[in-house]
Design a protein. Structure first.
Length: 525
């Protein structure tokens, strides 16, 4: 009843904004461009994902060769009328003859895994239920698969569960890359915070016998590594917040080639040990996507543009990207230091106002998930600094977040209120527990819109529901509070993953309609 009552207020408020229809029309135009993934080879076939533009979910296509005709292999759009069933993970068997794929409904983190025989795209009867945050790893012979699932909960245990300590010495990460017999190659940050590649011979595994294959870079962070064509390694580094891509020799670690890239990010890659070619996808502030292909059997090893996406009405030559320096010290913004995040954000707002870019009454802030926590906290601490606040699926109850679904995994960033010292940190900024009416007569809370969804089992909707109830009770009843304090609870939606294109456009249109109406902004054709 509470959710229904809130939506009955919020939905008409948004729909009555004169520019909402215009903005939705424009957003629909901007979203309407083709979106491709890298091709990837499984067995004897090539696969890739493709969205024509406004399809709710991307479609998986298959080709017998790069020059052959593409045909639909799996289309999630036909699995529901409104596009709310989404593909959440997939895995091919090593021979490429079997396909496992996960489906989630309404944005939930819960996944159902189904299976297909690739030849003829034939559905198989096997189904795995109650899967969440799981890998899908086939056995080498393709006869089985490893996965994680949760048992049915039919009550509470009345016994004592004895915990047995297995490992408490986590001194580094070890990501398997490849192996030649008993010599295994790992990407590790053991004694190398920027990561390096090491070889460990499992017949003589003592740390003193490890061999460094590619040493740690003094400045750049090694993000991922892939083995391709049996004897090559592809290394992706983060260099000054932009990606570089290199080809190394597996036997010696020697650098063979640096692939040319502009300022931007490598967002897709395909190429395995048995493949003789790689695909990688680049995107930037000026490019919606370029897919490159490199044939590793050729002597020159020159990548070619395989596919480039363009957006109607956008000429990249009209823009430029200029890189500036910022301080990156994430450890200074967690646990006891969390207030630094809010202070820095508020200082950035003050800078924009001081330099004449905007004014407090016209400044809008937006954040989602952890960012929802950020903007809600800043609204509590400095209501005078902002004109409009939009918090999406935010973490609002910092004293109980660890008790809901996956929240316990966030305690390394926030702390846990069960610990007295951590409680003292959290109670000082928890949005739910720091709502108070501003003392000054001329200061009110900014216009606020909270967005959440009924199937969000990552940051459960009660965070936003409790926060809006507290806002409306403590602040909204005040005569000086004229700015709206609203919430919209979406249905058949979750934390964001797999959200249909139509819902994405609707949500963005709602956000800008709220901003426009609250700040009295007109549409400029």
């Amino acid at each position: 009843a509470f959710v229904e009552a809130q939506n009955k207020i919020t939905v008409p408020f948004l729909e009555q904004c004169p520019i909402r229809g215009l903005y939705k029309e424009r957003m629909t135009e901007l979203y309407d461009y083709p979106k491709y993934s890298c091709h990837f080879k499984k067995g004897k076939r090539y696969f890739y994902f493709y969205n024509t533009g406004l399809q709710n979910q991307r479609v998986l296509y298959v080709q017998d060769s790069l020059e052959g005709d593409a045909r639909v292999f799996l289309d999630p759009n036909v699995l529901s009328d409104d596009g709310t069933v989404a593909l959440r993970g997939y895995a091919f068997s090593e021979d490429g003859e079997y396909f496992a794929y996960g489906l989630s409904a309404s944005g939930s983190d819960w996944v159902t895994i189904k299976f297909m025989k690739v030849d003829g795209a034939k559905e198989l009867p096997d189904v795995l239920e109650r899967v969440k945050f799981s890998c899908m790893a086939w056995t080498h012979d393709g006869k089985g698969m490893f996965y994680n699932a949760y048992p049915q909960q039919d009550g509470k245990s009345d016994g004592i569960l004895k915990w047995v300590k297995l490992i408490d010495n986590f001194e580094g990460e070890y990501d398997y890359v490849t192996n030649e017999g008993t010599v295994f190659t790992f990407k590790t940050n053991r004694h190398s915070p920027n990561y390096r590649l090491i070889n460990i011979d499992f017949t003589d595994p003592e740390e003193s016998r490890w061999k460094v294959l590619v040493p740690e870079h003094e400045k750049d962070v090694l993000e991922w590594v892939a083995c391709v064509r049996s004897s090559f390694l592809v290394l992706c580094y983060l260099h000054d917040v932009k990606n570089t891509l290199q080809l190394h020799d597996l036997a010696t670690g020697a650098l063979l080639k640096t692939f040319p890239l502009e300022v931007g990010s490598v967002v897709g890659y395909s190429g395995q040990k048995k493949d003789t070619e790689i695909f990688y996808q680049f995107t930037s502030f000026l490019s919606p996507g370029i897919i490159y292909h490199c044939d590793l059997t050729k002597e020159e090893l020159e990548p070619r543009v395989f596919r480039e996406v363009t957006v109607k009405g956008i000429d990249a030559s009209d823009y430029q990207t200029v890189q500036v320096g910022v301080v990156l010290s994430p450890q200074c913004g967690i646990l006891a230091n969390k207030q630094n995040c809010f202070d820095d954000f508020q200082c950035a707002a003050e800078y924009l106002i001081k330099e004449g870019y905007t004014s407090p009454k016209r400044l809008t802030i937006n954040g989602g998930s952890n960012g929802g926590l950020l903007v809600a906290t800043c609204a509590n601490q400095r209501p005078d600094l902002f004109g409009c606040v939009i918090a999406q699926v935010g973490v609002m109850d910092m004293l109980k977040f660890h008790k809901y679904t996956i929240g316990h995994a966030w305690t390394t960033d926030y702390g846990c209120s069960d610990n007295k010292q951590h409680f003292e940190w959290l109670i000082k900024y928890s949005p739910l527990h720091n709502v108070k009416l501003p003392e000054a007569d001329d200061i009110q809370y900014p216009s606020m819109l909270l967005l959440t969804a009924d199937h969000d089992d990552r940051v459960v909707p009660l965070h936003s529901l409790k926060f809006i109830a507290t806002l409306q009770h403590l602040v909204g009843r005040s005569r000086k509070q004229n700015n709206p304090l609203l919430i919209h609870v979406d249905t058949k939606a979750g934390h964001g993953a797999g959200k249909p294109t139509a819902k994405v456009i609707e949500e963005v249109s709602d956000m800008f309609a709220f901003i426009a109406r609250c700040l009295n902004i007109d549409w400029i054709p």
